[in-house]
Each structure stands twice: as structure tokens, then as C-alpha cells.
Design a protein around this ligand. Structure first.
Ligand SMILES: *[C@@H]1O[C@H](CO)[C@@H](O)[C@H](O)[C@H]1NC(C)=O
Ligand SMILES: *[C@@H]1O[C@H](CO)[C@@H](O)[C@H](O)[C@H]1NC(C)=O
Ligand SMILES: *[C@@H]1O[C@H](CO)[C@@H](O)[C@H](O)[C@H]1NC(C)=O
Ligand SMILES: *[C@@H]1O[C@H](CO)[C@@H](O)[C@H](O)[C@H]1NC(C)=O
Ligand SMILES: *[C@@H]1O[C@H](CO)[C@@H](O)[C@H](O)[C@H]1NC(C)=O
Length: 396
């Protein structure tokens, strides 16, 4: 219902272009968010070049800037996602959950940096699978999907899990079956680009990959793999003392859109969508659909969302930690930095980042191991602002 208003508004901008865009990006699943996201992308407001990133304002003092609501914040310079969510949340009667779903859907359609939506990050079998989550701060309700196959609209399926089941997380082929029953189209997520990523990986003996202690040796050979003999007692300690840098995550492979929206009434929603890590072991689910890891919201506090080496990050629930830190009185930046430092104690070389926003509309971000940037829109800004963050481990 609520999204209808936005569709009408955006539809007036570019009704015919909208259907052209939806057709160009493949057959559309029947969700209001997909229609709204497509309409947004067909409007003149979309596809504006990403603004240059400016250094994040320091916010380690309380109340470092006057702030108010609404606000949209998301990982990386995925500015079309931010703008679409802002257009939604500033439309009377749309909810923060709607805005998150629409914003993340924009990234799914745009295949943001190849790491969200179809056609990116093929697994060891060459298949793209998707993870997503949506969380409603009013009810503390969550819907997530992990490793869903052959359905493009990951966050919209997650929303259906939230609204049409009492479960939190569905995975794999059964998540696909659920999506089809909810009216989503089953279609291949493979593109020429994902085929070519897969083929060059095969051509270089399946390097890099995520296997450890296997026969044949995964450092030099493709599978199928069996466990190498005499490794049962050393796997975890070797991982611990010699952390393996995620071979597939880097500045050119940004990996996840994580978004928090707070509406004018202070209702908080969060969501994530990603196609995970390239060359992952089939069946792998990352941090994005894990409540408290990929994102977390609390209507009394605010919200946080994460990106990075999900296999490591999900062991620490950094979004949950950042929200609890804000509840304890930390500024958003300090809260995010503390959450990331806790991970670095165990994994000093991991790549990760967080965005955080409190109920006042103050926001911040933090990064570890890589240069991070994030996008924000509030009512003072005339457009999305992109902030860059120096990694904690590079700070003096
Ligand atoms: C928006 O964010 C900027 C920080 O870049 C801040 O100075 C401004 O006060 C914020 N506006 C609102 C309405 O919160
Ligand atoms: C994908 O590759 C095939 C075969 O090389 C080609 O015919 C087709 O046009 C390509 N599709 C796109 C969308 O580039
Ligand atoms: C593979 O490479 C890793 C990292 O360089 C190394 O620790 C490991 O001993 C190598 N061999 C196997 C069988 O994993
Ligand atoms: C595994 O450990 C046993 C007992 O220590 C040893 O006899 C055997 O040679 C080892 N095998 C390999 C492949 O290292
Ligand atoms: C981050 O960016 C700075 C400045 O462009 C650069 O010197 C530095 O090497 C980058 N750090 C990482 C970890 O990529």
C-alpha cells in the first residue's frame, strides 16, 4: 500500500521509461519495491555521477553536529540506492522498511559494483547466489535469505520471509521454492560477466579459493577436495595465528550494500543485499543475512550495517555491538570503531567496515584494513554526500 504512493510519484516522472528499464534488466518479479526501484532508475534523478568522497567529520565528541530526521545511510558510494531510499522516505506514508527495500533493490538492479544482485561473485561451480536481510525496528521483526538461487530480488524475498512467515532465515533451494510460491520469477543469475570471472578462475587452477588443508592441495589445484591427513588438530589454530586475507574482497569488490533508514517519526529499519564472495564454497552464507552482523536496528537507539570479510565478521556481530555501544552513550563513529577493534584483536588483517546512525540523526563510519566510503542523505544536504574513512589500522 504505502509504496504505491511512491510509485505514483516516480511513475509520473518516467512511466514509459520505467517499463523499458524493467524490461532491459530482465523479467521483473512482481514486487512494489522492484517497480519503485525501476521507476527511480528510469528517472532523471538517477545515474548522477557519484560525488567525490570527503573525509568523514570527526565525531568523537558528543553532539558533534546538530542532527534531525529523516536520514538514509548506506555502505559504499552506492548513491543511487541512497537517493531512491531518500525519495521513498520523504514521500508521505512510506515506511522506513519500504525505503530500505527500495534502496537495496536499486543496487540489485544496478548490480552495484558487481557485488550485489545477479551476475556477480560466482561460486566454485560458477553459480551466483544471493544473501539478504531486512529488519524492522518497530517490531524487531527480521526476514533473511541465505544462498538463494535463481531469484534476483533478494531483499524483497527477505521481506516476504518477514511478512509471510514466523521464521527469520530461509536458505538455499528451499528459499528459492519459497520465493516462487510468493510470486517471484525463477531465472538464471548467470551473465556473460559471471561466466568470464568463473572461466578465468578455472584457468588459473581455481586460485584464489577458501579451502584449507585439502587433498589435492587447494593452493595449487582445483577440486574435488578431501581433507588432507593429519590436519584435524591444527586447522583452527593455523587460521588464528595466520589469518587468511579474504582473497575476493578488496577495494574493487565492495561486496555488500548495507543500509539504515530512520523516518521522520524515528522509526528505524535496516537491510542488506549481496552476492557474497567470489569463488566461495557452494552453500556458503555470509554475514549479510545474519541479524546483528550484516545489520541491526533498535528503535530506541538507531542502527548499524556492515560490509567486509563476512566469514570473520559474523563471529563478532559487529552491527549489534555498534548499536549497543551507541546505547551506552558512544557517538556513532566511536561505536563503530569499537566494534571493529574487537574483531582486530583476533584477526589483525581482516577487511571490514561499519556505518552507524543514532536516533538523533548523527552518523559515522569506521573501517579496518581498507579505505571505506559511505553515502548519507539528510535534510540539510542538497544531495547524497559520500564520506571517506581512514582505516583504523592506518591511523596514527
Ligand atoms: C546532516 O549532516 C551534516 C553532517 O554532514 C550535519 O552537519 C547536518 O546538521 C545534518 N542535518 C540534519 C538535518 O541532521
Ligand atoms: C553473451 O555472450 C554471447 C556469446 O558470446 C553473445 O551472443 C551475447 O550477446 C552476450 N550477451 C550479452 C548481454 O553481452
Ligand atoms: C596453502 O597456503 C597456506 C597459506 O599460504 C599455507 O598456510 C598452507 O600450508 C598451504 N598448504 C595447504 C595444504 O593448505
Ligand atoms: C599422520 O600422522 C601419523 C602419526 O603421527 C604418521 O604416522 C603419518 O605418517 C602421518 N601422515 C602424513 C600424511 O603426514
Ligand atoms: C587508502 O588511501 C590512501 C590515500 O589515497 C592510500 O595512501 C592508502 O594506501 C590506502 N590504504 C589502503 C589500505 O588501501
Amino acid at each position: 500500500m504505502r509504496i504505491t504512493v511512491l510509485i505514483v510519484m516516480l511513475g509520473a516522472l518516467a512511466a514509459s521509461a520505467a517499463s523499458a528499464s524493467a524490461a532491459a534488466s530482465g523479467p521483473a518479479p512482481a514486487t512494489a519495491a522492484f517497480d519503485a526501484a525501476s521507476a527511480y532508475l528510469a528517472s532523471p534523478a538517477a545515474h548522477v555521477p557519484r560525488p567525490a568522497a570527503i573525509p568523514q567529520p570527526r565525531d568523537n565528541e558528543p553532539n558533534q553536529f546538530q542532527a534531525s530526521l529523516p536520514i538514509v545511510i548506506n555502505t559504499w558510494p552506492f548513491t543511487d540506492a541512497t537517493r531512491a531510499a531518500w525519495a521513498s522516505i520523504t514521500t508521505p506514508s512510506t515506511s522506513a522498511v519500504d525505503a530500505v527495500e527500495i534502496g537495496c533493490t536499486v543496487c540489485e538492479i544496478e548490480q552495484c559494483d558487481g557485488s550485489v544482485g545477479y551476475g556477480g561473485s560466482p561460486n566454485e561451480d560458477g553459480e551466483t547466489t544471493l544473501d539478504a536481510m531486512i529488519m524492522d525496528g518497530i517490531t524487531h521483526d527480521v526476514g533473511s535469505i541465505g544462498c538463494i538461487k535463481r531469484v534476483k530480488s533478494a531483499i524483497s524475498v527477505a521481506r516476504k520471509v518477514m511478512e509471510h512467515t514466523t521464521h527469520t532465515l530461509l536458505v538455499g533451494e528451499d528459499a528459492t521454492r519459497f520465493a516462487v510460491s510468493m510470486g517471484f520469477k525463477e531465472e538464471s543469475l548467470t551473465t556473460n560477466n559471471s561466466i568470464s570471472i568463473y572461466q578465468s578462475w578455472k584457468a588459473q587452477n581455481c586460485q584464489p579459493n577458501y579451502r584449507l588443508d585439502t587433498l589435492p592441495d587447494a593452493n595449487t589445484s582445483c577440486g574435488p577436495y578431501k581433507p588432507a591427513p593429519n590436519t584435524s588438530n591444527r586447522g583452527s589454530s593455523r587460521y588464528h595465528t595466520s589469518p587468511r586475507i579474504n582473497p575476493a574482497v578488496g577495494p574493487g569488490n565492495h561486496d555488500t550494500v548495507g543500509m539504515i533508514v530512520i523516518d521522520a517519526n524515528g522509526n528505524v529499519a535496516g537491510g542488506t543485499s549481496t552476492n557474497g564472495a567470489s569463488h566461495k564454497v557452494p552453500g556458503r552464507v555470509g554475514d549479510s543475512p545474519i541479524t546483528g552482523s550484516g545489520a541491526y536496528v533498535d528503535n530506541n537507539v538507531g542502527g548499524a550495517a556492515a560490509t567486509g570479510d563476512g566469514d570473520v565478521m559474523m563471529r563478532f556481530l559487529p552491527s549489534y555491538q555498534a548499536v549497543r555501544n551507541m546505547e551506552a552513550g558512544m557517538t556513532p563513529t566511536a561505536a563503530a570503531e569499537d566494534a571493529l577493534r574487537r574483531i582486530a584483536k583476533f584477526y589483525p588483517n581482516y577487511l571490514g567496515a561499519l556505518v552507524a546512525v543514532n536516533k538523533q540523526g548523527q552518523f559515522g563510519g569506521a573501517a579496518h584494513g581498507w579505505n571505506f566510503s559511505y553515502s548519507v542523505r539528510n535534510s540539510t544536504m542538497s544531495d547524497v554526500t559520500v564520506f571517506s574513512v581512514t582505516p583504523l589500522d592506518a591511523k596514527p
